[in-house]
Design a protein around this ligand. Structure first.
Ligand code: HEM
Length: 285
């Protein structure tokens, strides 16, 4: 294998594992939500999980710029511009992210620092807290099963962490590693054309797939809604929806025999919305 081929393979493995990590964090979040595994006393596990999701999306956003190609350059420009729409803190946040008023080499250095130092530090602490809580509280069971176990304790089924659970996880890891290697070798990620700071943005520029549902939502809002700027309203709306989703465990009933049905509906709506708007965003011109 030549040096160039080796470089391509490593880069492809990195890009595929980054996208799969974000995809499976979403899968994990929705599976936890459907199983109501966020219920008391696991509220903090859910909140650390949500912070983990934001951090892995931050990895995606900062990592996307590092190849310094045209798409990444303009997607970062658009992404930081949207962050700049947040009232009061938006502009200073945008300047902080960019390392100045415009996306330049300073942004690349800053994003590199976020990607290889700041975010790994934060994610290390969050995963440690998240797994500590999982170990301390044990794995939850769905409300129905919990009610059955209260009625008939002999129905309870436990498995040993070692060797049973650990061996099962190890098999899953083997399969995942094999799939990752195959994807990276068969579908290598393209490096794209080098960014031209003075060039014009390619038509129909879009962010990476995990931001598409929010991006498409903002695109659907008219530029002016009554006296408010449409984009500002959209950013505030996404922020509020995100905050309510983080606080989801606190809306749930504490009695496993009476789970809140409207939350099941909300989780289904959220899943359909995220998938629907992502597909719409992907197909939209
Ligand atoms: C990088 C991201 C993440 C990693 C590495 C991670 C890892 C884990 C692991 C290993 C478990 C125990 C086994 C399992 O349930 O699968 C777990 C449980 C849990 N996670 Fe995550 N997680 C992540 C993100 C999230 C997200 C985004 C959420 C929700 C918003 C979340 C909420 C939870 C909850 C509530 C549990 C407890 C499940 C139970 O007790 O049944 N996690 N996490």
């Amino acid at each position: 294998m030549t040096k160039v081929q080796y470089g391509w393979l490593i880069r492809s493995i990195h890009s595929w594992s980054a996208n799969l990590m974000i995809f499976f964090a979403f899968v994990h979040m929705f599976s936890v939500a459907f199983l109501k595994a966020y219920r008391k006393p696991r509220e903090l596990t859910w909140i650390t999980g949500m912070l983990l999701l934001f951090v892995v999306m931050g990895f995606g956003f900062s990592g996307y710029l590092l190849p310094w190609n045209t798409l990444a350059f303009f997607a970062t420009k658009v992404g930081t511009e949207i962050a700049g729409q947040v009232p009061i803190i938006g502009k200073p946040m945008m300047v902080f992210l960019r390392g100045g008023d415009e996306v330049t080499g300073a942004t690349l250095t800053r994003f590199f620092g976020f990607h290889v130092a700041v975010l790994p530090g934060i994610v290390g602490v969050l995963i440690a807290v998240h797994l500590f809580l999982v170990q301390r509280l044990g794995m939850s069971v769905p409300p129905k099963t919990e009610v059955e176990w209260v009625k008939d304790p002999s129905a309870r089924r436990d498995i040993k962490f070692f060797p049973n659970f650990a061996l099962r996880e190890m098999m899953a890891w083997y399969v995942a590693m094999g799939a990752l290697g195959a994807l990276a070798a068969i579908f290598p990620w393209d490096l794209g054309t080098k960014a031209d700071l003075f060039g014009s943005a390619p038509a129909g520029i879009k962010p990476e797939w995990y931001f598409l549902f929010m991006f498409q939502t903002l695109k659907l809002i008219p530029s002016k809604v009554w006296f408010m700027d449409g984009e500002v309203l959209g950013v505030l709306g996404c922020g509020l929806a995100g905050l309510l989703w983080v606080l989801l465990p606190f809306f749930e009933s504490e009695q496993p025999s009476r789970p809140r049905k409207w939350i099941n509906g909300l989780v289904i709506f959220a899943l359909v919305y995220v998938i629907g708007m992502s597909v719409y965003g992907f197909l939209a011109k």
